[in-house]
Design a protein around this ligand. Structure first.
Ligand code: ZN
Length: 391
């Protein structure tokens, strides 16, 4: 077994390897944080993982406090309360510790503690990020506990706007944590169905980034290796959660997906966001469900690209080989086949298709999309129809 440890300096400073959570106090000291606010979710807050982290910070003389009022799909009120807690406690940095929701909430809190404008002014549109008071952003350490979102190396936070039930992307390049502790031991306790769902999120990030029609060879290179790791290790991580090797490779693939998707995402994420914002479906699971239908939809733009990908993955070099692999993988790890299985009904399609069309991920889809196109694509995902049919 190769060593699963490394110190990486892109896309940010990453301390990767089993057991490295012990370096959390040192990481705080590296960033000059003395009074960290540790942002996590209520489920994790009850686990020894968080009490141990708290204890190690406190024994190192750091005045660390836990904030865990974070929903599974975080909302603005979670961020607002976090900002209030941060200011009231005189904190000087954030430890964003958890899955995508806790990481995103922590990053949004770190952004908002230094701003006077409302958070929605920093949505990922045009050049809105230039409105941010950069000096006010709190130093942040990212600690992922799932392998899917990759948010620990991402530059945005997805927050649900409860006024119109849409997921909005809050973006600033400096929202990327300055330091990441990626310790795969933190994911050993993830149950198989969660491992599978978040793993499909990592796959969707690598795949959509690779398929996005922009010139970005760096992202493409990272994405294909991310997908190779997922092909080899996701089934093992689901089947044998105690395999630290599988857990480590999935944690790397997750960070690779989020690094690659600086290039762009696509219709998988556009379709998925309205489902989660309205029906609270799991983000990664939803991406996993819609994945083959979106690929089939985009076939005309992807034949050559997916043949190259297939060759790298050790598959017969063709579009269909990649599509077949994804369908097999989904069945193998227990991802449902249709959006109907997640409670999405035909009557949702009209409303969701408008939201999907307006989603910022839409611009990265290899085939230009319309609201009507999304309505048709939702129907495919609900009815389980691969359309256009395979070649
Ligand atoms: Zn995602």
């Amino acid at each position: 077994m190769t060593t699963l440890r490394g110190n990486w300096n892109y896309p940010t400073s990453v301390r990767f390897g089993p057991g490295r959570i012990a370096e959390l106090p040192d990481a705080c000291q590296t960033l000059g944080i003395k009074r960290p606010l540790l942002v996590t979710d209520p489920g994790l807050a009850a686990l020894p993982m968080i009490s141990n982290a708290l204890e190690s910070c406190r024994s190192a003389g750091l005045d660390c406090v836990v904030f865990s009022d974070v929903k599974a799909n975080p909302i603005e009120a979670n961020v607002t309360r976090g900002v209030t807690t941060y200011r009231a406690g005189g904190h000087d940095g954030v430890i964003a510790f958890g899955g995508g929701s806790a990481l995103d909430a922590g990053k949004a809190i770190a952004l908002m503690v230094g701003q006077t404008r409302p958070m929605w002014d920093f949505e990922d549109r045009e050049d809105w990020y230039t409105r941010v008071n950069v000096a006010g952003i709190a130093p942040t350490i990212g600690v992922p506990t799932t392998s899917g979102t990759g948010s620990e190396v991402g530059r945005a936070a997805v927050i649900t706007d409860v006024r119109d039930h849409t997921k909005k992307i809050i973006f600033h390049p400096r929202m990327q944590p300055q330091l990441v502790i990626a310790d795969p031991e933190l994911t050993l306790g993830l149950p198989p169905h969660v491992t599978a769902a978040v793993g499909m999120d990592a796959l969707s990030h690598n795949l959509e980034a690779f398929c996005a029609p922009f010139f970005h060879p760096l992202a493409d290179g990272i994405a294909v290796e991310g997908m190779r790791l997922i092909r080899e290790w996701l089934p093992i991580a689901v089947k044998n959660g105690a395999s630290i090797e599988a857990r480590a490779h999935m944690m790397a693939a997750s960070a690779m997906g989020a690094t690659a998707f600086q290039k762009g995402l696509g219709a998988m994420h556009s379709l998925s966001h309205p489902c989660s914002a309205n029906l609270n479906t799991h983000h990664g699971l939803t991406n996993g469900v819609v994945m083959p239908y979106v690929l089939a939809w985009n076939r005309s733009a992807l034949e050559g690209k997916l043949s190259r990908l297939a060759a790298y993955l050790g598959l017969r070099p063709s579009f269909d080989a990649v599509l077949d692999w994804i369908i097999e993988l989904r069945a193998q790890i227990g991802i449902p086949n249709t959006l109907a299985d997640l409670g999405v009904q035909p009557e949702h399609a009209a409303r969701f298709s408008r939201q999907a069309f307006e989603d910022p991920s839409t611009g990265g889809n290899p085939v230009p999309m319309s609201a009507d196109g999304f309505a048709a694509l939702y129907r495919n995902c609900i009815e389980g129809r691969l359309d256009p049919a395979r070649g």
